[in-house]
Design a protein around this ligand. Structure first.
Ligand code: PLP
Length: 394
């Protein structure tokens, strides 16, 4: 008898963590490495949020809470989502989770049966494919490419929809491409899902990191039927990755099944962290604006530097903090895949980026550059990429 389940083989891990380990290894051997691989804000969590956690700890907030979270936080999330998206969310539909990742896991697990199909963006966040496969479903990749500006369109979704489609996952602003869905795209995708009695799972973790004055559109604002699951969290917007705090806003009939799953996985998020979450949402938002502005400045600096590099193509990202760079020409010249190229870049040139294939099969041929570093380091990192690529093309 096999010692491990067949389900566990269907799970994949995020590649960024492996690349970070490789870069740290090179640093331990004395190599100077510029980090552009990690999808984690380099900013510290704002002071008011940290203080709220410490005060909650001092008052003894060290206990279990109800599985879906404390009432104050569920109310604060419902209020914030309602105000930002122009909808009316009831706190009873808000389930607090350990990061957006747990919200993704519990949402997919609660709706996908064996053989159900889930359409998802590829390249895209690896958990969509991994969790769908693990829950017995069939992941159906929708290929994002430069030609569709790395955006899913209703026409493309229509081509993939079948009677077995259970959910369509969207992610805007998008990791790893930095693309942002247009109003008519979001609306069109919601209409297709409603026609098919399928869910839309909308991963909005990078909202409000948007550039050039762009607006964010959520399927919740357009849904006429109760078929939207919104997943989001505090990691990116408030630079709170290590706190592990996120949430799902689910249709009423999913509250009980998703809560049961969360109860079996983690019982509840940490009590004092939930109090910090209330302060994050209700406290001053100027630090969020500062971080978004910094990401936009970095995006602009990265665009300027990339112009100097030969043999690559890229689009200007409109949100999140990544750009996805086409390096096919370099790869075919050196006879490597993107993962091998990334290893070479760390070892020989002291620059770490993420291989596109770690974001799905259609990410092969690309690398992801993260702006979670200072302008100075980004400029140096991209100049190292430039040196590497020009010597590879010679
Ligand atoms: C698109 C996307 N969704 C979800 C997550 C998970 O975020 P969290 O830290 O809240 O679990 C990430 C993290 O990188 C992400 O890029």
């Amino acid at each position: 008898m096999k010692r491990t389940s067949s389900r566990v083989y269907k799970i994949t891990q995020e590649g960024a963590f492996a690349v970070l380990a490789k870069a740290k290894d090179a640093e331990a051997k004395g190599k100077n490495v510029i980090h552009m691989e990690i999808g984690e804000p380099d900013f510290d969590t704002p002071e008011n949020i940290k203080r709220a956690a410490m005060e909650a700890l001092a008052k003894g907030a060290t206990h279990y809470t109800p599985t879906p979270g404390i009432l104050g936080l569920r109310e604060a999330i419902a209020e914030k989502v309602s105000a930002e998206l122009g909808v009316s969310v009831n706190w009873k539909n808000v389930l607090v989770t350990l990061g957006c990742k747990e919200a993704i896991f519990a949402s997919i697990m609660s709706i996908v049966d064996d053989g159900d199909e889930v359409i998802y963006p590829n390249p895209g966040y690896p958990a969509y494919e991994s969790v769908t496969a693990c829950s017995g479903g069939k992941p159906v990749p929708l290929r994002l490419s430069e030609s569709n500006e790395f955006r899913m369109t209703p026409e493309e979704v229509n081509e993939l929809v079948t009677s077995k489609t259970k959910a369509i996952i969207i992610n805007s602003p998008h990791n790893p491409c930095g693309s942002v869905l247009k109003k008519e795209d979001v609306k069109g995708i919601v209409e297709i899902a409603e026609d098919r009695y399928a869910f839309v799972i909308s991963d909005e973790i990078y909202y409000p990191i948007l550039f050039d004055g762009l607006r964010h559109y959520s399927p919740l604002s357009f849904a006429k039927k109760d078929n939207v699951i919104l997943v989001d969290g505090f990691s990116k917007r408030y630079a709170m990755t290590g706190w592990r705090l996120g949430y799902a806003v689910v249709p009423s009939d999913l509250v009980e099944p998703v809560t049961k799953l969360l109860n079996n996985m983690t019982s509840c998020p940490s009590q004092f962290v939930q109090y910090a979450g209330i302060e994050a949402l209700r406290g001053p938002q100027d630090s969020v604006r500062r971080m978004v502005k910094a990401y936009e400045e970095r995006r602009n600096a990265v665009m300027e530097e990339l112009k100097k590099i030969e043999g690559v193509t890229y689009l200007k990202p409109q949100g999140a903090f990544y750009t996805f760079v086409n390096v096919q020409k370099i790869l075919s010249r050196v006879g490597m895949n993107s993962e091998q190229l990334v290893a070479r870049l760390i070892e020989d040139y002291g620059v770490a980026v993420l291989h596109g294939s770690s974001m799905g099969k259609y990410g092969e041929g690309f690398i992801r550059i993260s702006f979670a570093n200072s302008v100075e380091n980004l400029v140096e990192g991209i100049s190292r990429l430039g040196k590497a690529f020009s010597s590879m093309l010679r």
